[in-house]
Design a protein around this ligand. Structure first.
Ligand code: HEC
Ligand code: HEC
Length: 380
């Protein structure tokens, strides 16, 4: 090869290394064996279950990848779920005895025939219902590794610094800090993924080996004859690795307007909750270990006011939501937990409660500054 050829080849390789991470890409720097598990895990994530392979008897969809699909596997979906819990005397009941907080919208033909229902009956003890859009799951492997101590360092439940923001962690029933789901109730990515198989597809796995009951009643005999668990440990671990290794897409390069927007984002208080950068702790996977990444969340709960309030979950009261990580906003057309905002301006306008001061700060910006802030959000 000529000297020029060598130089060009080198440039080509260097450019390849700095290629921006696209939605759906794996975390850069994974070992070959990890990339292999990512590819095999994607197959499990996109597998369509049938009643014969374990689907149902109640389910919301037939594959993880049916709801997390846009623009690539692991992205958003247009499915909107119904969740329900009961809140009374400050205590939250996730209604496990009545089939759990996720209300499945479909039933297998065998269940329809046995009980004459085509979805899960709405739990009679529920005190509220919630709508939940299907979010992107990019970058969740990094969020999983943020040390509890870092999350707690942002908490300020008694508002000691008097900024009107009172972030606090949710906790699982056994007291661990929660971080996944819109109410941050689930402490680890693994538990969320292992729980999604039965909750979304009615597919049991070794870590969640029992089907949910049907509105408090057992599954009629003969309706679900696939032996539990309906997927094995290896399939669960592969799907988990696929989600864990999905990278957050690289934010677009900022021009002058975007840089101004990024400054305003901090100045008017958005960054108090949407912490721009977080850092992971230790991990057996070198590519995930001690990495700084664009997160735009504190993983804490905030009361965003009565307008957005729906269900409780764990220690999250109806108006409490986890600060949503701001990621892949360029591909989004619906915002907030139920998708009620169709523009970024609306999403900001709907911040009440602890978010009201920042929202008001946004409202009084000049039109040019508001446009700059939106341009910045669209770079994410
Ligand atoms: C019927 C649609 C649907 C299916 C199927 C589905 N999900 Fe989800 N997923 C959702 C919704 C809705 C949420 C948001 C839940 C919430 O707000 O609490 C979610 C949230 C998640 C999250 C948490 C993201 C976060 O920000 O905390 C992960 C991880 C996830 N899903 C993984 C999976 C996996 C793995 C599967 C397959 C086993 C799966 N999902 C199947 C709709 C779906
Ligand atoms: C008090 C904490 C807090 C502050 C301050 C705050 N946010 Fe949020 N933000 C949240 C929470 C919590 C959610 C999730 C609400 C929901 O899902 O209904 C959210 C959601 C969002 C979303 C929707 C993301 C999505 O994918 O649906 C956007 C966009 C957003 N915030 C931008 C901003 C901007 C811009 C500012 C500053 C003007 C701001 N936020 C200030 C807590 C905050």
């Amino acid at each position: 090869m000529t000297r020029l050829g060598v130089a060009l080849l080198f440039l080509f390789i260097a450019a390849g290394c700095n290629r921006p991470v696209q939605p759906g890409d794996p975390i850069p720097g994974l070992a070959r064996a990890e990339r292999d598990r990512f590819a095999r895990g994607k197959v499990v994530f996109d597998s369509e279950f049938t009643p014969h392979t374990g689907l149902g008897p109640l389910f919301n969809s037939t594959a993880c990848g049916e709801c997390h699909e846009d623009p690539k596997a692991g992205g958003r979906g247009d499915e909107v779920e119904i969740h329900a819990t009961a809140f009374s005397g400050g205590v939250c009941d996730p209604l496990v005895q009545e089939g759990g907080p996720v209300i499945q919208q479909h039933a297998t033909p065998a269940l329809k025939q046995a009980l004459g229902i085509d979805s899960e009956p709405f739990p009679p003890s529920a005190s509220a219902r919630a709508m939940r859009t299907s979010p992107v799951v990019f970058g969740r492997g990094l969020l999983d590794l943020v040390p509890d101590s870092l999350i707690l360092s942002y908490a300020d439940p008694d508002d000691r610094n008097h900024d009107g923001v009172r972030g606090r962690p949710n906790r699982s029933l056994d007291g661990r800090i929660g971080r996944f789901g819109r109410k941050a109730f689930v402490p680890t990515l693994r538990e969320f993924n292992a729980g999604a198989f039965p909750a979304e597809m009615g597919v049991t796995d070794p870590e969640q080996p029992t089907e949910e009951n049907i509105g408090g009643k057992p599954i009629p005999p003969g309706v679900d004859s696939t032996a539990d668990p309906e997927i094995n440990q290896e399939a669960l671990e592969l799907a988990d690795d696929f989600v864990r290794f999905l990278a957050p897409p690289t934010p677009a390069k900022l021009g002058k307007e975007g840089r101004r927007g990024r400054e305003l984002f901090s100045q008017i208080g958005c960054a108090t909750c949407h912490i721009p950068t977080l850092r992971t702790g230790d991990s057996p996977v070198p590519a995930l270990r001690r990495r700084e990444f664009a997160a735009y969340t504190d993983l804490l709960l905030h009361d965003l006011g009565p307008e957005l309030a729906d269900i409780c979950l764990g220690r999250a009261a109806p108006a409490d939501f986890r600060t949503e990580p701001l990621l892949d906003l360029r591909d989004a057309t619906k915002f907030l937990h139920d998708g009620r905002a169709t523009t970024l301006e609306q999403a900001v306008d709907l911040h009440g409660g602890e978010g009201a001061a920042a929202r008001n700060g946004f409202k009084v910006l000049t039109p040019a500054d508001r446009a700059a802030l939106i341009a910045f959000l669209k770079s994410l």
